[in-house]
Design a protein. Sequence first.
Lengths: 263, 256
Amino acid sequence: MTLSERTKTILYPLILLVVLIAIWDGAIRFFKVPNYILPTPAAVLEAMHRGYIEGLYWKHFFYTLQSMVSGYLLGCTLAFLLGCLFAESRTCERLLYPYVVALQSMPKVALAPLIIVWFGFDLASKVVMVSLVCFFPMFINTAVGLKQTNPALLDLMRAFSASRLHVLLHIKIPSAAGHIFAGLQIAIVLGLIGAVVAEFVSSTKGLGHLINAAAVNLETNTMFAALFSLAVLGILGSQAIRRLHARVVFWDRGAIAQAPLSE
Amino acid sequence: MNTALLEATDLAVTYASSRGPVVALQGLNARLGAGEFLSVLGPSGCGKSTLLKVVAGLLAPSGGSITLEGAPITGPRRDVGIVFQQPTLLPWQTVLDNVLLPIRTLGMDGVAGRQRALELLELVGLAKFASHYPNELSGGMQQRVGIARGIIHDPKLLLMDEPFAALDAMSREHMMIELQRIWLATKKSVVFITHSIPEAVFLSDRIVVLSERPGRTVREVRVDLPRPRNIDTMASPAFASYANELRAFFSTLGTA
Ligand SMILES: Nc1ncnc2c1ncn2[C@@H]1O[C@H](COP(=O)(O)OP(=O)(O)OP(=O)(O)O)[C@@H](O)[C@H]1O
Ligand SMILES: [Mg+2]
């Protein structure tokens, strides 16, 4: 029996996963690694059960999800609008360019403590942190994408005396769609990092907080369970954007295949 | 011939570039009668695309004058159509929507436009492809969509910038015959830019030859071959003598 390509792409990683778990479990038994260094797969599974069947983790999961989604939407929307402004207005570009470069090369997560000071310990500070880290990849990609519009298309539209807004909406934004989606893809990964960092710095909820709290008690199985949860969040987010990309930018199949995996 | 649709007198264009001014055109003289097919033939970089942009109102001349129907060209006009060297279609729109782009952008009647778009697609032999997307079409087919789009809003004047340059020899010949057919059917005035001698001879009523940069008119040739011209025309002695004359002229200029 020959397997279809689709089955293979799903089956092969699963086989590898089983093998890795077996090696993990075997290594712990063989080297007698204590639980507080590395938990057994069974202990992680047990933590997962406690978390998601008995329901202890859901509030953390949703807290992180909520800060992630709100921050992402806020940051990406602002970045998109400012990216359009930046690409459209030479004055705006001249004015902002040095600051954009300076801010871009700065590690945004270093701002986390300051953001907590300004926006408090609750959700607001997490949302701000996420939107801040989402902002730059989205902003740069939007601006660059808009500026790379085929000049012949612009000449064509100018020949019909099309208004600037018309050209922006009907020509430039669709032309830049590939870049914009690449920005959205990078932002989702960075956004998750932002959310976790903000929770590390100060929080009473969220998967990042869960990891932090578990570390104090050396509950490595909880830490692993939270890490897996974060991975799931990241994968679901990336996949959602990937799907959306393929659906919206249907005319550019090649570029979708080449879209960056993460950063 | 007093009724020139388009008239360029001592036209000059200078670009400001980082290396200083670049004189692209200088002393260009040309006129185009209504319904006439005029080719502009010249070596690469001599300012042909520049000329087209000036005629389209996308670029202001820096010297001389250029008039359309007696009035100086000051900006883009809705009765001018352009076909670019590359098809430049919108990949996210269907063939039909692409052809309709001028209608929509100019705010013309959509219903009548649609009807006309379908007729034009029929004319360029793409009726079956109206709902396809550009990337599902061959290069030659895309170029024909570009031609349909160039004339959908019924411009008096059609400007074409080396529209067949990207095609292979076979589809190029095919497209030349198609274009002649469309031109005979619609009787537009055409400025056709090319650096292919056979293309110019085959299509034109008249050919203006430009020098190397800065481009100026160095020769004008009237082509008196009966229409419609076809593959056999290209093999005829009259065709060959026009082509040889132009070729010989270019070699005295020291270009190909
Ligand atoms: N925006 C610009 N700035 C500066 N120089 C330019 C600009 N556009 C064109 N030129 C110069 O003007 C000259 C004429 O350019 P143009 O594009 O009109 O040539 P062309 O005859 O269409 O060439 P080709 O047959 O290769 O398309 C070239 O030497 C080119 O380098
Ligand atoms: Mg050119």
